[in-house]
Ligand binder design. Sequence first.
Ligand code: ZN
Ligand code: ZN
Ligand code: FE
Length: 739
Amino acid sequence: MSITAKKIEIKGLVQGVGFRPFIYRLAVEHKLKGTVENNNRGVFIHVEGETEQLERFIISLPQRIPEAASITVFKEIPAQLEYYTDFSIKKSRSVSDEITEVSPDIGVCKACLEDMKTQPHRINYPFINCTNCGPRFTIIRDLPYDRHQTTMAVFEMCDTCRKEYTDILDRRFHAQPIACKHCGPWYTLHENSRTEEDLEKILTRTAQLLESGKILAIKGLGGYHLTCNPFDEKAVSDLRLHKNREGKPFALMVKDLETVKEYLHTNPEEEKLLTGWRKPIVLLKVKKPFAPSVSIGLDTVGVMLPYMPFHYLLFEKLKLPAIVLTSGNLSDEPIVINNETALDKLGDISEAVITYNRDIHNRTDDSVTFVATGKERVIRRSRSFAPSPVELTFEVEGIFAAGAELVNCFCIGKGKQAIMSQHIGDLKNMETLEFYKESIRRHERLFRFEPSLAAMDLHPDYLSTNYVRQLDIPATAIQHHHAHIASCMAENGLDTKVIGVSFDGTGYGTDGNIWGGEFMVCDFLDFDRKAHFEYIPQPGGDAVTKHPWRMMTAYLVHYFGENVVTEHPELFDGIDLKELEVVLFMIKNKINSPLTSSAGRLFDAVSSLLGICRNTTYHAEAPMRLEAAAPPGAEGSYSFEIKGDVISMKPVFEEMIEALNRGENPGTISAKFHRTISEVIVENISRISRETGIREIALSGGTFQNRIILEQAEQLLTRTGFNVYTHSHIPSNDGGIAP
Ligand code: ZN
Ligand code: ZN
Ligand code: FE
């Protein structure tokens, strides 16, 4: 019998996901000795024993890793025998190693779902979890990640749970939120003034209320949800009314993958996201319709699968194959996490409120994602992503990045890692601003972060910029679109000069104008603006985003003069004449009409011109509906003009108006418009590349959430021979600007 030793180094998502106990169990199973330890560079194993067993250990390791773990680097090198007498887990040695233990929340695992049907102390127990699954970030108060530092501290473990918790061979060894029906938290249903704590009765009643068209509030993992029957138009429109949310699409939770496939189109990549441990909302094309108010004017619906034991138990009772599951808040406020607030605020609009008595410490929304060119594209990065870090190639310790204002997310630098906060939201909302400040404090504490340098948006009036000014540390202002490109470079590990395409709704430019359709040559430190969309007045400033017809008017007047109103009255159909007069006056006299080169505003104008969306009720509605109107595979495009560094859309508008007058379908025109934008991207990049010799292209900004543009631009550019870099796990919108 020969005995050998090896050192194994593993990198990837291996911290805080039960990796060390897993290694321990695998080593013991193979009768091996040695140690496993964790630090912020990865997991390090020294293992020795019978050669054949050791080989088998190495083969099974990557095959049997916990669901939420993933390996990016796996190195094994022969080592000296150290004659260990057992296998052991070494304790974390430093704070920075403890930080790596703070993992995102993980959807309940298959093994736990089985245990929920077989373990006597956990039959149908809705807080079942193990080292491989369950709440993490949402319940942690402080380091080290240990039960007494979480919101589970108030629940004293029973003897059975303690035995599992302390038995290294058990799947619940050191599972901090471990619980069972004898010692753990429980649900309560509040209906009128009655309460019910029997889970069986809660589930039956919940199913009954949902089936009969009622609205309910249910506590989720990172916050409350509001729910109703997605096939019941009255229920869904009632929910819109009460929640004060006119048009923004609602997400659904669907029973299982089979049912998803029945109602929505999916590809293998989308199915992988749906069933993966993060259980995000995935945007999918509709096959079989839900009630019209679920997703007004769009061809997609955001769908997720169950991720809490309660969700699974509910679908066992429920006759419906899906439920609306939207964030439990009113309007733009942050989602409710507190039970009293839920009863108070959400209780008013729901028939019943279902609470449980484990506190949510860190609020997280459901994350939102979609697939383009076969790759995951995160739009809202929150539950099950936060607080996993983005690995960088350079040191960023002490840097605080305040983020933008509308879709805020901030970021802190620890070593060579950027830790992005969960999705915060629109800071103009007072409660959201409070949430922003509180989250910053919590991140400072949790990650032992002391800011020494702040990065803020160049925009002088952003509330995030204001926040930085109050800090007593040096700060640098970064141009918004440069930050978008830098974020894309960071995500892709690029540190060379790139040609960046930064298309979005708005961002403060160095010339004081509003930018948003930008081509720049840049690296992390500096940028050179190479081309942009022609400046157009934005009558009413930010207010135009609610009224795309104003932007349409600005474009038409800019290209065809004020007479366009009398020459082409058909284009202004349905627009209030008095309001139109006011807008014309503003444009003419340059009153509150800042200049913009924004791609988002261009999409607004076109969406209005085609009669698809003239007024909006939520952020980016006009471009989203414009995209939804375009049939797949449509051919053709319009011509555009490049004058120096300015891209003029005049020919595009001329041709679109002609097409409208010919009676061409707005959907077809929309498809051609999309194609035109992709061609604008390719042509400008080709020109800039000829001048500079740069072949590396980074695409960023909210416009690249448009699947058509992203896929077309990526394909055309790749075909032309460019190296194209896009976002995947960092949002391309303002939520991704901080890193
Ligand atoms: Zn589990
Ligand atoms: Zn117990
Ligand atoms: Fe932006």
